[in-house]
Design a protein around this ligand. Sequence first.
Ligand SMILES: NC(=O)c1ccc[n+]([C@@H]2O[C@H](COP(=O)([O-])OP(=O)(O)OC[C@H]3O[C@@H](n4cnc5c(N)ncnc54)[C@H](O)[C@@H]3O)[C@@H](O)[C@H]2O)c1
Ligand SMILES: O=C(O)[C@H](O)COP(=O)(O)O
Length: 535
Amino acid sequence: MKILVADKISPTGIEYFKQQPGYEVVVAWEVIADWSASPEQVISLIGDVDGIAVRSETTVSEEVIAAAPKLKVVGRAGVGVDNVNIPAATERGVIVMNTPGGNTIATAELTFTHMLCGSRPIARADAEMKAGGWPRKTLPKGAELYQKVLGVCGLGRIGAEVAKRAQGFGMTVLAYDPYLTESRAETLGLKKVDLDTLVKQSDYITVHMPLTPETKYMIDEAAIAKMKKGVRLFNCARGGIIKESALIEGLQSGKVAAAGLDVYEDEPLAKDCPFRSMDNVVLTPHLGASTSEAQESVGIEIAEQMVDALNGGMVRNAINMPSIDPKDLEKLKPYLNLGEKLGSFIQQLSNDGVEKIKISYFGKIINLDTTPLSRAIQRGYLARISPNVNDVNAPSKLEQLGVDVETTRSSTDANYTELIEVQAIESSGKTRTVAGTLFGKSQSPRIVSIDGHGVEVNTSGTLLVVKNKDVPGMVGYLGTVLGKDGVNIANLSLARDQGEGFAISVVELDSAPSAATQAEISGHEHIEKFKVIEL
Ligand SMILES: NC(=O)c1ccc[n+]([C@@H]2O[C@H](COP(=O)([O-])OP(=O)(O)OC[C@H]3O[C@@H](n4cnc5c(N)ncnc54)[C@H](O)[C@@H]3O)[C@@H](O)[C@H]2O)c1
Ligand SMILES: O=C(O)[C@H](O)COP(=O)(O)O
């Protein structure tokens, strides 16, 4: 495996990659002798790479992903993945993962540092002292956090830690987060309010959400207009949650007393940005996660996560794929192969124009997290249709094909202790069905029903599925015609439909019949249809 470490992650993380047997590690800044690589440099280094580790510096664009045909994992040593083109990665089946949590405390503490620096003229005092001054009389008076109201927008990991610290300082905390449950707010001892209330009642406001279409410019001119005069604003999350032009106006007018910023709409911050010359603003260059502890933690976490994923183990903290508990994954392993085969079988059995795949789980399997199994079924369905399909991109590829996927779960099944059923519903309304289970102690996968007819068929090799009139001599006919072609029959499973007078024969073959033999079979007067299925 080849890893490209594109941004400055901790040496411990890099060492972890290097210690893995069969791993080659390219460290970008050693090759290009610069802190961060340009897009062209990343493209020039990524050609045969299996995994790329980044922080927020390197942009993993569609072009970068396209230039890396072997790429399997993008690892972000940190939280925000806005520098990674996730749809492009998903489309190409590349896992994108991050390390949530590792830099929470570092960022919460930086936010608090900003709140304190926004309350007292620390930065100015320091600059003037260093310039030889003693500005005791000239500096503006500060303010206390004690008994002030802090509005926290976004009560995730960092927002919650900031809120805890604020309570320690004797602040009243108002919380705005539409996804925060009442019970979590209660546990944190916070008052949950709407955004309007928060902006009107807070003395300090800090934002801790990702930048999304919903959060972009959430704090704009209109929001600032509603705020108390002398409000103080802080952004250590993502540039653009607070609209910079509105903040500049607010600071200039005096409506906003102070601001503390670690992130910007454009990074690096433009040299002529008005913030740079404002006394009441403290600026840091995206330093939230830059503590030794946080970098050590996210660097080693991302290296371990990437190695696990690349070595076929557990996938953790993936943005474009569900994570699963390792114990559940272990239990699920025997089913994954069956699921993939059922997906492939139903695709080959169906005609064109499948609009929906319905996956139904019955019996004790519903006690497991079946998400990876549903992905394996979808991957199996697409294996012959879509190149480079994998568990990451299978759902989006089906969506592009206009195929809906529905999953249902039921605790009982009449005939088996557990059963996986996959149906393909065609635009004509016709539904094809296959179901399978695991047999015995060895947990051997078997197909046990096709279109509602009970069979018992292995899930590998070549299968001939024949629907024929239930008349004498059909089995003999198939044996003869296949024998003439030199095709050996390994096993035969028959199901009869007394009502309709049809039988389903599933013949397991050692090799595929020739085109001429297939034509001969399809021309037989009692054979309504047949399919050769490769599993
Ligand atoms: N400055 C830095 O160096 C630095 C370091 C780490 C994280 N960050 C950034 O800080 C932010 C928060 O990180 P986190 O680890 O706490 O993330 P998180 O996912 O734990 O929390 C985000 C919270 O935002 C909330 N949210 C989402 N949409 C919202 C909306 N429309 N309105 C209000 N709340 C909304 C979510 O419900 C969630 O509680 C992220 O943008 C992350 O990239 C910056
Ligand atoms: O989202 C994050 O984790 C922060 O923005 C940290 O970014 P960094 O790893 O580039 O410091």
